[in-house]
Design a protein. Structure first.
Length: 304
């Protein structure tokens, strides 16, 4: 348990500092959006590139591990679709519930896995991110196109944005460089690595700054359901699939963490764009981030 606390305390501590910084108004309120965008889209690709480029991929059973992760995402989508007839809620609100259970904050889990397992943990999370970003986005857009407020998606534009997602590009470039045996000049490698080192602190600060406890007043009972599905059921689903497929060691723990991840801010953005329940999405992002402080240590102590 001490190892878990030592690994998680810095991650959650930086998130708390981000919340304090926003409350202190040390920075203008509207500055946190650009900071978050810089961290996620500007710096994180360098972090993912470096993690994959420097990794010994031969030591990781990539195919079974990644298949288990994708099956986990598909299983959670199937479960959420199966319970729709039981929920007496407007269709746009259901789309936000679906996003709450389907999406995950991969970069936050990257920080947690890095604290636990070092570079190996970061590589494992980066691989899941590269595989899951297209799948999860297509799932969520499809659900919103059916049950949103009637707006229809531009699939060509959506697929283009997925294909040009900086996180996917960073991971893909790192994998290509690794598998091709390319050796970067030391100066270039060090520069990219230095840029990547700045990503996680800014990401965690942005997560803390984005906590909006007022938003949790929107549909509190439904928030309880989405948090229960995401933070209590999903870890068991991902872990169970991993065990069934023979995944072991740090890879199995990373699958557990993937299921235990809180929701992602992109759910709020897409809900606004395609007619979901944006206030509910905002509340879920905060609620899942807050309660994961308790559930992630719980699952790691129990199964990790």
């Amino acid at each position: 348990m001490g190892l878990i606390v030592n690994a998680l305390f810095p991650v959650f501590g930086v998130i708390f500092i981000g919340w304090l910084l926003r409350r202190s108004q040390l920075l203008p309120e509207d500055s946190w959006g650009p900071i978050s965008r810089l961290a996620y889209l500007g710096l994180s690709p360098a972090l993912l590139f470096t993690a994959i480029y420097r990794a010994d991929l031969s030591s990781i059973s990539v195919s079974g591990f990644m298949l288990a992760a994708l099956l986990g995402f598909l299983a959670m989508a199937a479960i959420t679709l199966a319970i729709k007839p039981l929920l007496r809620i407007p269709d746009p609100t259901y789309t936000s519930l679906f996003q709450a259970t389907a999406r995950w904050n991969g970069l936050l889990i990257l920080a947690v896995a890095g604290s636990l397992f070092g570079e190996e943990g970061q590589v494992l999370v980066a691989l899941i991110m590269a595989a899951s970003i297209p799948l999860v986005n297509i799932e969520c857009v499809a659900v919103l196109s059916i049950w949103g407020d009637g707006s229809r998606p531009d699939w060509r534009s959506i697929l283009y944005r997925i294909a040009t997602n900086p996180l996917i590009l960073g991971t893909g470039a790192g994998a290509a460089a690794n598998l091709s045996g390319l050796t970067l000049p030391v100066a270039l490698d060090s520069t990219i690595g230095l840029i990547g080192q700045a990503a996680l602190p800014l990401i965690l600060l942005s997560v803390g700054a984005g906590l909006n406890f007022t938003a949790m007043k929107a549909r509190p009972r439904l928030l309880g359901l989405s948090v229960l599905l995401k933070l209590m059921l999903a870890p068991l689903v991902f872990y169970g699939i991993g065990v069934a497929m023979g995944v072991q060691g740090p890879a199995l723990t990373v699958l557990l963490l993937t299921g235990a991840s809180p929701g992602a801010a992109s759910a709020y953005v897409l809900a606004r764009q395609m007619g979901g329940d944006a206030p509910y999405s905002a509340g879920d992002i905060t609620a899942s981030a807050m309660f994961c402080f308790l559930t992630i240590p719980f699952w790691l102590a129990l199964l990790g």
